[in-house]
Write a protein that binds this ligand. Structure first.
Ligand code: 5GP
Length: 183
């Protein structure tokens, strides 16, 4: 099935039923791994909102939920792009932290996020990502313990992920249809 989002055509990639099944399994794993602890789930806005909502329905242990945003802007540091964590309201010192992200692509965002959050001295830190693109990863993320799906280097929308701000509401995940090059 093909759909149009803004000026791009997308085709169905992962159905919601499949997403739910993977989330159920990750939930079971988290319930076991964090038994007897009270982890803090940190959803990275905006893309993780549906994933985090469905994931939390599978969590049976005592836990807290909060959200952050990663702002990105062109800085004047030698690395060029600077990302900053905004909106963190909880004290993470000595807490077991689980970062919930929609997608890890190059890993640059997650690498920055981990560096900043580690400075807050949590007891432990793990990453739970709905999607990972292993072929485009530039940073090895050791903390990436929970992954729902590994996907190729396609651009995807749906289930929280957007294209030009649109498509976050789609229940399934869609990939961009490759447009044949004119050259
Ligand atoms: P990274 O820093 O890992 O390269 O990129 C992370 C961010 O890029 C994600 O949080 C997401 O906002 C965006 N991104 C990467 N790949 C995709 C994709 O296929 N679709 C959408 N909608 N966003 C993506």
């Amino acid at each position: 099935m093909k759909i149009q989002v803004d000026d791009k055509e997308f085709e169905l990639m992962i159905e919601y039923e499949q997403i739910k099944k993977r989330i159920r399994l990750i939930g079971i794993q988290l319930n076991v791994d964090y038994e007897g602890r009270v982890p803090v789930f940190i959803g990275v806005l905006n893309g993780s909102f549906l994933f985090l909502a469905d994931l939390m329905k599978e969590i049976e242990i005592a836990s807290e939920v909060t959200f952050i945003k990663v702002s990105s802007y062109e800085g004047d540091s030698s690395t060029g792009r600077v990302k900053k964590v905004i909106g963190l309201e909880l004290d993470l010192r000595k807490r077991d932290v689980i970062i919930v992200e929609d997608i890890v692509d190059t890993g640059i965002t997650m690498d920055h996020l981990l560096t900043e959050l580690k400075q807050l001295e949590p007891a432990s830190i793990a990453v739970c990502s709905l999607l990972v693109k292993p072929q485009s990863m530039q940073h090895e993320i050791e903390e990436l313990d929970y992954v729902a799906f590994e996907i190729p280097n396609d651009f995807v929308v749906g289930y929280g992920l957007d294209y030009n701000g649109l498509g976050r509401n789609l229940k399934d995940i869609y990939r961009a249809v490759a447009v044949p090059s004119e050259t």
